[in-house]
Write a protein that binds this ligand. Sequence first.
Ligand SMILES: Cc1cc2nc3c(=O)[nH]c(=O)nc-3n(C[C@H](O)[C@H](O)[C@H](O)COP(=O)(O)OP(=O)(O)OC[C@H]3O[C@@H](n4cnc5c(N)ncnc54)[C@H](O)[C@@H]3O)c2cc1C
Length: 653
Amino acid sequence: MAISTVAATAIKSALAIGGLHTLTFIPIMLAAMAYFNYELLDPEQRPFNQKYLRETYDFIVVGGGSAGSVLANRLSEVEGWNVLLLEAGGHETDISDVPLLSLYLHKSKLDWKYRTQPQDTACQAMIDKRCSWTKGKVLGGSSVLNTMLYIRGNKRDFDQWESFGNPGWGYEDVLPYFKKSEDQRNPYLAKDTKYHQTGGYLTVQDSPYNTPIGAALLQAGEEMGYDFIDVNGAQQTGYAWYQFTIRRGTRCSTAKAFLRPVRLRQNLHIALFSHVTKVLIDKDTKRAYGVEFLRDGTQQVVYAKREVILAAGAIASPQLLMLSGVGPEQHLKEVGIDVIHDSPGVGRNLQDHIAVGGIIFRIDYPVSLVMNRLVNINSALRYAITEDGPLTSSIGLEVVAFINTKYANATDDWPDIEFMMTSCSTPSDGGTQVKKAHGLTDEFYNEVFQEVNNKDVFGIFPMMLRPKSRGFIKLRSTNPLDYPIMVHNYLTHPDDVGVLREGVKAAVAVGETTAMKRFGSRFHAKPVPNCKHLPPYTDEYWDCFIRQYTMTIYHVSCTAKMGPSSDPMAVVDPRLKVYGIEGLRVIDASIMPTITNGNINAPVIMIAEKGADMIKEDWLPKSKKRRRRSIRCSRLEKISLGRHNSKLCSIKR
Ligand SMILES: Cc1cc2nc3c(=O)[nH]c(=O)nc-3n(C[C@H](O)[C@H](O)[C@H](O)COP(=O)(O)OP(=O)(O)OC[C@H]3O[C@@H](n4cnc5c(N)ncnc54)[C@H](O)[C@@H]3O)c2cc1C
């Protein structure tokens, strides 16, 4: 590709996601990337968008996100199977690759731009009191918009899933599936082979760039009596550097990890800009036999010989089930959908992680990530040439801590708060992108943050790990293009208020440690609108505070939960098959019975790895299954993998 074409493509992608006016430094970066012919050096080319589709496939995967990309790869390993992946969005872009810029993707064309119903319990500082549920509409799904944090959750999460009546989902059962995907690039962690592996498709590495604030936060943890640990290893309670799904300084989405290496497989078709509107289910046999979808403005149909797999995420998967006649009978009747199977749990049990925004600390040294200080040709060149520097920082996320509030049993090692600790915060971009991404009102932002715009700060976002409040999703209408009604119900359970309040107090205490005081750390204690009438630092004040700048961490899940047949609210069985319907599974964040103790992308990838194996177990004769496990790459795959990934071909995957 000529340099000019590379530059033109990059400029086009910048325009596509937000308009260059918001990304003023992008032209410099694009010029650098074009000059160094970045794309030509990149061995990982994008997959093809298949124009002409077959009439019938063995498997149809709906949604090419975190789970769908894994499924498409693993199922098409079986040479005799034809697999179709239908994705509503298009390709990821050069901008979505840049870790520092992920907030620019919110409210862009790569985002579905969902918003919840207004409620009084949370998100009071947001426009219309509605929380923004950003979600990826792009090949790679939310793994293209996320902040790339790699957290597996707690052993107890999975043992609890098993105890609910889901055999095969205990921690010892799922650990091999976390490892299966993993290419651990930290040599110290990689040595611990009980928990880690190298050579998998998904690159997991430390951040290429940290500020001095990160190291100080780790010292603060030590000062407060916490261990410095591998949070994905034997113990979860403690402090650690975050690890990321980053490869060579850029985002390693699931599209990049799982689809690019297999783009030349003849038995895998990927159809972009294909919005699935319905699963076709035979009313008499109750068997799923295909899907309807919109592409290029026309309605099309494609048939599945074996199975349809919904991997459209925790909002669209239950929506599609309901549009197809599987859901709570009474609700479907009210909306005017023919009921094929009454499944009261579809869309219910919604869980999410919320944190509190605005816990920020001023410091006296110019060491934090202030956007207008970083936006310069040096950092652009560093990113483009050496694949490190500030642009490789995932919006300043450096250190993670899992801590116990008084509501948790500390001896359990099942902490109830995660600190997401950042070397910047909401005002570090002068009130532009963070404010927009979080949907904050002008009044709130100006009153609380304007005076610290572009000043040196660090932030701690305390995130509540095991919410007891439950939201739900239901259909707005029979129109598949109408977004469903989304009700978060955040902080409607009193225990959640207590845990989050204690998390806020613990976060404020971190700023008081000697380690942070060395930087002149002081809490930005500006009283927030709506809570000014309450005395600061009291429980009443904090209880009010957490309902203002309530931040979703974008972990919507559990809306088509897995459970035993004795549980009327279970939507799928422990093999992820939809109850009451043949030939239909859900494999994505929806199937979690309870949300895991940490960020959920790694668990979703694990679910897809395990789900793909279950499908193989169900459909392949035993001898063939054994052969697949030691598969080596075909000639075409080797070409597609290129030199960079060639070791993937020689290991057991
Ligand atoms: C902004 C943001 C930040 C996050 N940060 C982190 C993080 O740092 N670490 C972490 O662990 N987790 C993070 N998460 C959460 C994590 O990325 C998601 O939970 C995970 O990606 C969900 O995977 P999924 O496969 O269930 O859904 P998705 O990845 O969302 O995939 C669903 C796919 O289905 C497609 N689709 C939907 N409807 C249709 C339809 N009708 N027809 C065809 N295709 C359809 C979508 O376009 C999408 O590609 C974040 C999420 C977001 C949004």
